[in-house]
Ligand binder design. Structure first.
Ligand SMILES: [Zn+2]
Length: 148
């Protein structure tokens, strides 16, 4: 669980709002996904929209949400400084290759949103944000005052 002194996270989409419900599900943390639960929060994003780092971080590597579909990609971030102890995965975005292995600040552009419409026709296009604090999955929205 987040502690009271946990630092806030920046919204990875400028003025981004949580994905509402569609026929594929709902965007909030712990929403049902078949027999499992959604382990992150989805934030509405248009194709090509800038994706910003939610934390001060080292960009570790490109990440892949699906082993069977490498066209959809994401990024793995490891928190530094005030965000030490956080690890963040963001899916459905194309990382800026020049930032892999580099350090970025919260709010800095790290990539661009992809389109999910081929894989999930009718879905509200979004990025998926997954946050661990000291190895424990948390609700990212609990630390993100600008996400509604
Ligand atoms: Zn998601």
């Amino acid at each position: 669980m987040p502690t009271p002194q946990s630092p806030t996270l920046s919204n990875p989409i400028n003025n981004g709002s949580r994905r509402g419900s569609d026929k594929w599900g709902s965007g909030h943390f712990a929403a049902p996904r078949g027999s499992r639960q959604h382990n992150g929060v989805d934030i509405s994003a248009a194709l090509g929209e800038a994706v910003l780092s939610p934390i001060d971080a080292k960009v570790v590597r490109v990440a892949y949400p699906y082993a069977t579909d490498l066209s959809l990609t994401g990024i793995l971030l490891e928190g530094v400084g005030r965000h030490a102890g956080f690890t963040v995965k963001i899916f459905y975005m194309s990382p800026e290759q020049s930032k892999i292995g580099k350090q970025v600040s919260a709010g800095e552009r790290i990539g661009a949103a992809q389109s999910l419409l081929t894989k999930y026709p009718g879905i509200k296009n979004h990025i998926h944000l997954e946050v661990r604090q000291n190895g424990v999955v948390i609700d990212p929205q609990s630390l993100m005052p600008t996400l509604h």
